[in-house]
Design a protein around this ligand. Structure first.
Ligand code: 5AD
Ligand code: SF4
Length: 450
């Protein structure tokens, strides 16, 4: 019988994409993938380290897996992803029952690492770089959805924002050859996928060594050319995330305006509205630079949804700095906002700053910002009532069996009554109601498949 591997994924889309890639490689090496740790011979935890709390969760989970295995052969346990890369050897000390530590660039070598552990090697560890010929292939059976696919276009980050662990956990930027990305998009389209997300920590700084595949596609930056090349495949819906303000060229908006299949959504994290804090964060942009980018987005001929990330209570953030963030958030009128309380991350430059905003103050700022955002967001969501949106029906709603749930091209969750035969189709939905984070609507035209 084939050995079974269970992969549990925490964190961001990049981890989801890595798990899909790892599963593809493992199946090709003769393993089966399963859906529960209880049935597995090998359990891999693909971990996130962006906040220390997420990291602690990993150790709790290892304890649970070990506790649940009484009376049967114990599975091999591997820690992969960002915690593995950062903590390395010390994971074996924290959790002696761990058999393998698999870094963020070792996804192609997992089956040989498992073999080594099976042969009795203890403390198997691989924190090395990717190989020259590492495969990016993902088999459709391993994708997280049969309708929406993530395509990594750039890995790692060179920005070194002072609060962020990513440049250490994921290493330097590496862009994937353009022709591979275009070919993968075509393949996904032929398999019936309706939506792709081009993903990376900072997609705007996409800079491949090989630009083959972009010939004939104009653009102010390689990313702009890539957007046009991917749009030309005819994939019905293309989204991309995350954008970094300094590298966000206005030509991105122009590319969207030219191509209806480039979706109406831009995620452009600002982190703070105060120049003083932005400087401490080493963001490399000022408030005014950011607002210039926003002005171009807001003046687009298409209504582009805008989302952002904010950190409140960064070391040294004064009440006045925070007021500037509140004001910027009101001004930008975000469709939604991810708010984080600053959390000190060992290994980052900001870990040496005095974390001098009290927990209580961080909570107060969080709640105040949330309230301001909520007001804007309620208005925006209500403004959709009476409008028709193009929605990809992705799955049955978790709330009601008679409803389907999907996303609009402006990346809002839209629920509507409909039967499961519509899953995977792009339909037109008339919005009839708005909640804080989702819209409700009525199917109006089943034939409107793009
Ligand atoms: N503390 C709080 N929030 C953080 N983020 C990243 N690092 C930290 C930290 N140390 C947030 C940023 C980033 C998002 C993915 O997580 O807002 O954009
Ligand atoms: Fe982290 Fe900044 Fe890179 Fe984003 S751009 S991943 S916040 S270092």
């Amino acid at each position: 019988m084939k050995r079974r591997v269970y992969i549990e994924t925490f964190g961001c889309q990049m981890n989801v994409a890595d798990s899909e890639r790892a599963a593809t490689g493992l199946r090709a090496s003769g393993y089966d993938l399963c859906d529960s740790a209880d049935d597995a011979d090998v359990v891999l935890l693909n971990t996130c380290s962006v906040r220390e709390k997420a990291e602690r969760k990993v150790y709790t989970r290892i304890g649970e897996i070990r506790a649940a295995q009484t009376g049967k052969a114990s599975p091999l346990v591997g820690v992969m992803g960002c915690v593995a890369q950062l903590e390395g050897d010390s994971i074996f000390e924290h959790a002696p029952s761990v058999n393998m530590v698999i870094g963020t660039r070792a996804t192609d070598r997992i089956s040989s690492l498992i073999e080594r552990a099976r042969e009795g090697e203890r403390k198997v560890i691989d924190l090395d770089e990717r190989g020259e010929n590492d495969a990016w292939d993902v088999s459709p059976v391993e994708r997280h959805s049969p309708h929406v696919a993530f395509i990594p276009i750039i890995e790692g980050c060179n920005k070194f924002c002072s609060f962020c662990i990513v440049p250490y956990s994921r290493g330097r930027e590496r862009s994937r050859p353009a022709n591979e990305i275009v070919a993968e998009t075509r393949k996904l389209q032929s398999l019936g996928y309706k939506e792709i997300h081009l993903i990376g920590q900072n997609v705007n700084s996409y800079r491949p060594r090989v630009e083959d595949g972009l010939e004939g596609f104009p653009g102010a930056t390689p990313f702009c050319r890539l957007l046009r090349a991917v749009a030309a495949t005819g994939m019905p819906r293309i989204k991309f995330t995350t954008s970094f303000p300094r590298d966000f060229h206005p030509d991105i908006v122009t590319a969207i305006e030219e191509n209806p299949n480039l979706c109406d959504w831009i995620h452009l994290p600002v982190q703070s509205g105060s120049d003083r804090v932005l400087k401490l964060m080493r963001r490399g942009h000022k408030r005014s630079d950011y607002l210039e980018r926003i002005a171009r987005i807001k003046s687009s001929s298409r209504r582009l949804a805008l989302t952002s990330d904010i950190i409140v209570g960064f070391p040294g953030e004064t009440d006045d700095d925070f007021r500037q963030t509140l004001e910027l958030v009101e001004q930008c009128e975000y469709d939604s906002l991810y708010i984080f309380k600053y959390s000190r991350r060992a290994g980052t430059p900001a870990a040496n700053f005095d974390d001098n905003v009290s927990e209580r103050e961080k909570t107060n700022r969080f709640l105040e910002l949330e309230k301001v955002q909520r007001r804007t967001q309620d208005n925006i969501y209500r403004s959709y009532v009476g409008r028709t949106l193009s929605v990809l029906a992705e799955k049955q709603s978790s709330r009601s069996e008679s409803d389907l749930s999907g996303h609009s091209t402006c990346h809002k969750v839209v629920n509507f009554a409909g039967d499961r035969s519509l899953e995977g189709e792009i339909v037109e939905v008339l919005v009839t109601g708005a909640k804080t984070n989702s819209l409700y609507g009525k199917l109006i035209d089943r034939a409107a498949v793009v």
